[in-house]
Write a protein that binds this ligand. Structure first.
Ligand code: ADP
Ligand code: MG
Length: 335
């Protein structure tokens, strides 16, 4: 219909992206909402709200309403979606009345969790909502030929969940989803610094450490970084220096869990498809794929080539948006 917008939404634990067929990514913001606890009023959403995490005065809290890839707080998620859909409308230069939306859901989500995601999108003004499984969206966004009878293995490491799936003929052949991803690495860094240095650091600081000097389990030249926090003994601010070797040790356990999930998926791969995967390799997407040395490390461990998706942070959103035409074709075929 004329003027009817069609959007793909990646409602991630860490980042929310909106993709339009004509304009590409039109919204890319952290999944964060700042609220006044007394009045329950939403003060900011997205990057404005993320800036406030851990820095706000008592009654204002910056929260992340998505946890482990699903909705933890329905009302706040709806508010966040409303705010960001307004932004999407502005970007498109037309008012976003009743868009058709495709939204991705983690393959491990329960039907109740899927329903909540659908309802939240509807409450933000969508006319029609279609769901697509996240690994399929990630694979489409990473330009993998998902509609062909060729198996592709995709690993999406997000903030809250890691999804490992084998996709063939447009569907998931086998899949493992764990509720451990980038956020867990941040938590482990906070814990390590606290135990080793009696220093309390915030989650944003931990995330910065991970991005700057966090390495997968590969050999590398040592890097150091100054880290600020609160000394738990004196209660005073303090700066220490941490090494990339220490951080590697701190995140090792979580990285091994991710690797184990990839191994398990490969083990359950139907033999007819194993050959494809050995030939074509594994594709990494999601922000966690950007950890230094990830590609090299996984490839060495599973002895299969590993490729990085062209835009790891955007693959799911792009794939979600592009999947619209596939859905339409399916609907036409049905009616
Ligand atoms: P989600 O789909 O759950 O919203 P994303 O795919 O957007 O998650 O990835 C977010 C995660 O990726 C966060 O844990 C973030 O810290 C991590 N991340 C983003 N960029 C990098 C980077 N350059 N190095 C390491 N981790 C990163
Ligand atoms: Mg994601």
């Amino acid at each position: 219909m004329f003027g009817q917008a069609e959007l793909g939404i990646d409602l991630g634990t860490a980042n929310l992206l909106v993709y339009s067929k004509d304009k590409g990514i039109i919204v890319n913001e952290p999944s964060v909402v700042a609220i006044d606890q007394q009045t329950r009023k939403v003060l900011a959403v997205g990057s404005d709200a993320k800036e406030m995490i851990g820095k706000t005065p008592g009654r204002i809290v910056a929260t992340r309403p998505m946890k482990d890839g699903v909705i933890a707080d329905f009302d706040i998620t709806s508010e966040m979606l409303k705010g960001l859909m307004r932004k999407a409308g502005k970007e498109l230069g037309l008012n976003l009345r009743k868009p058709t939306v495709v939204v991705c859901v983690p393959s491990g989500a329960t039907s109740v969790e899927k329903r909540a995601i659908e309802d939240a999108i509807k409450s933000s003004g969508a006319k029609e909502v279609h769901l697509i499984e996240e690994p399929v969206a990630a694979a489409i966004g990473a330009d993998l030929p998902v509609e062909e009878p060729i198996a592709n293995l995709i690993v999406d490491i997000g903030g809250g969940t890691t999804e490992v799936a084998i996709i063939s003929y447009g569907g998931i052949v086998t899949c493992n989803s764990i509720r451990l991803a980038g956020d867990k690495l941040d938590e482990d860094i906070v814990l390590y610094i606290k135990k080793t240095y009696n220093l309390l650091i915030g989650e944003r600081t931990a995330e910065n450490i991970k991005m700057e000097i966090g390495y997968a389990l590969i050999e590398h030249e040592e890097q150091k970084m100054a880290v600020r926090g609160r000394d738990l003994l004196t209660g005073l601010p303090k700066t220490i220096e941490v090494s990339s070797y220490e951080i590697q040790k701190a995140i090792k356990e979580a990285l091994l869990t991710i690797l184990e999930t990839i191994r398990t998926t490969l083990e359950t791969c139907p033999p007819e498809l194993s050959g494809d995967i050995v030939d074509r390799g594994v594709v990494l997407s999601g922000g966690g794929a950007l950890i230094k040395g990830m590609q090299e490390w996984i490839s060495r461990e599973i002895i299969i080539p590993v490729h990085l998706a062209p835009n790891p942070l955007e693959s799911v959103a792009i794939g979600t948006g592009r999947s619209l035409h596939v859905l339409k074709a399916l609907q036409k075929a049905k009616s």
